[in-house]
Each structure stands twice: as structure tokens, then as C-alpha cells.
Ligand binder design. Sequence first.
Ligand SMILES: [Zn+2]
Length: 327
Amino acid sequence: MRSPSLVRFLRYGVALTALIAATLATASTASPFKPGQTYFDADRHVEYQAGSLPIIFTAPHGGKLTPRTIPDRTSGVTMSDAFTQELARAVNAEFQRRAKQPPHVIISLLHRKKLDPNREIKEAAQGSPVAERAWVQFHESIKESIRVSLLTHGFAFIIDLHGHGHAIPRLELGYGIDGAFFNQTDAELDAAIRDTRSTLNELARRSDSFAKIIRGPRSLGGLFETAGFRAVPGTRDPGPGNFPYFNGGYIVRTYAGKGRGVDGLQIEAPRAGVRETEETRAKFATALFDSLAAFLAEHYSFDLITGKRIAQTSTAETSTVPAPAAR
Ligand SMILES: [Zn+2]
């Protein structure tokens, strides 16, 4: 027969075990979200895959849902970036295949005519409480990804994925800097590194050459070119010239380059050769993984495959991850 005190003890014991389990879970993953697990808000308007890599992918303009509970947005851009949701999924699949840990992936499932998470909330949701809820969910997921990345790895890298319809089918890499900036010489770029705010500010603070990190052979643009994708800025296209160029919007400007351990960029992908088919998306995903792995190894001493810091040897240039060229 159970005495009341035993029942009380059992109850307490169960509660305590749950509490300890929760504390242990929090201490090991530093998040209520399990890496690799996908979460949805109650409305199922935002999809969040929790990660354990300090890499965060966002796809704000590839959503398709047009629920009647949200009125159409009446101002701003309402056209979606076709196949960018699929592009984010292809990139995620490449990570699942090649990295030992998953990245964070945040996808807006709502069509851009209902919500634009790459704008501040007023222009994004235009007063709809349902759209505002999704906006908050989208951005809280980014904040949580950043929080857990900083806690576990000491840095975070955010990549905001988009699609452009400009005439030149090249990747437009947006670092929050006006296109005209790139019309300067490398020496002028290097001289401007301390007083130019970019979404690579964390890296820029540790570097002496802006030109090198933004359009050198080991910049993301340079690495993408080596992997077979024309990119601006890069070594072939040092700047956009007189052509239109997206230089980074609300998401990267809000979270990257603010001196809080977060760097990143916006990638605007052309449709031709990148977004258009399952094959081109897979090819791009491979190139992105290779380029990012080489970039992070070289500039952040981070191994994208193992998800661990690379032990520092004699120079910061040492990397254990082969560059795409070495493959
Ligand atoms: Zn877009």
C-alpha cells in the first residue's frame, strides 16, 4: 500500500526528473528546439528547421500560400521569387548529405502578396494581425537560431536566399553596400574597410583587405566562380557596373554586420542555370556548400563538414577543407 508521502515523493520525483531532463536538454542543445527537427507555427505559415551548425538560411520570398484570413498587400513588391523555397530545400538537402550537423532553415510559406518577411513589420504585414503573427514567428526563428549559434559556436552566418530577374544571369551577392562602392580600385576598397559598414563586419574587423574578402579569389564570389557560377562582386565581375544589383535587404541588414558575432549576405539567384530545375538547384547547392566551406575554413577557421573550429596553426589562411578548385 502506498503512503501519501510516497505518492507525494513519486509525484515530485517525476516532476524533478522532467525538470532535470529539460535542464540537461537545454544545457546540451541550448535550445528548446531539437537540431534537425522541423517546427511550424500554429497557422503553419512559417517553417523552421532547427540546426546545430552556426549557419542560418532564410527564404522569405518563395512562399505559395494565399489564405483568405490575410488581405492582399496593397503596396510594395508583391511578386514572389520563384523556386527559392525549392532552392532553400535543395541547399538543406546538400547539407544533410555532406555535413555532420544540420543548418537552421527558415522558410516563409506565405506568398509575398500576403507577407514580406524581408521588410519591417508595417510594410511586411500591412496591418493584418495574422500576417503580423507570421512575421514575428519568422524573425523569432532567426533570433533563436542566432542565439543558439552564438552560444554553441561563438558566431553565426546568415544567408538570405532570393531570386532576381535582371538581364545578366549571375549571382548577386549583397553585403549591404551600394553597387557604386565597387567601382573603386582594390586599394581604395582596402582603405575603406574600417569605415564601411557591411554585412561582413565581423570578418572585416579581423581583415586588412576589403577587396580580398569581397571580390578576391577566396571571397564567396571568387569561390562561386571557381565552382562554375558567375557572381558579382567576384574576380570576373569586380562590381555590378551600370547594371542593376540587389545589395542586401532588411533581413541581412538587421541581423548581420552589427558587431554581435553575426556575419552574412543576401544571395540573389538568377532563374536560368540556378533556380529553374531540380538539376540546376542541386548543382547550385553543391557549389554553395563547396564555396561556403572554403570561405568559412579560411576566414572563420570553421569546418562546415564536422561543425567544429579548425585548430589554429601558423597562419589564419590554413584550411583543412579543400577549395572547389582542389576537387
Ligand atoms: Zn526576394
